[in-house]
Design a protein around this ligand. Sequence first.
Ligand code: SIN
Ligand code: MN
Length: 219
Amino acid sequence: MTAARPLSGLRLVPAYLDRPSQEALLAALRAVFARAPLYTPRMPNSGKPLSVRMTNCGPLGWVTDEAGYRYQPLHPHTGQPWPAMPDLVINAWKSLAGYPHAPESCLINYYGGAAKMGLHQDRDELDFEAPVVSLSLGDTCLFRIGGSKRSDPTRAMRLASGDAVVLGGEARLAFHGVDRIIAGTSTLLPEGGRINLTLRRVTLPQQRSGSVRGRAADV
Ligand code: SIN
Ligand code: MN
């Protein structure tokens, strides 16, 4: 087996959020969940449920169902706009992204103990110059990342509560996924499991639209 070579633009920031900041972010997310409940997303075409539950905050939310992957301004179940991004989330983008424009989307995934996410690329955005910034809360996961081809060798990394990851440069289009959640590794979430936030730009600067149809990708 070929070893995965280092990826330029992949940055892990362990313990980016200290425990009080994790608690503050969790409280802000509970307020988001009250207005934009977590729901079970479905795969394009087949409608097969994903094992994570999802919601979003910010102007655009990433959604998936039988009609495909896309960004849209409204929660698919409530029909209401996504709540605003908490300040902590915007500040994380400002300090980590190295990109001059604000994030437009914050996808929130909740992983119960048995949830995982298959290898995929984030490519439903028009702007690949901006990185994807990820924040993790709760139980540690085994995160897997490879290269820009599905067949490229991959490596696994543990992401713990408070860790941040930046996927920029060459890593922006790297295949990635979550192999599994390691139960009992954090006391942050009383219900157990893991929350992951992915912050993204969606549109090109100076260009905004209500809904952006994604390009081919898979989760
Ligand atoms: C994702 O790729 O949407 C989530 C990654 C993660 O949970 O760390
Ligand atoms: Mn992703």
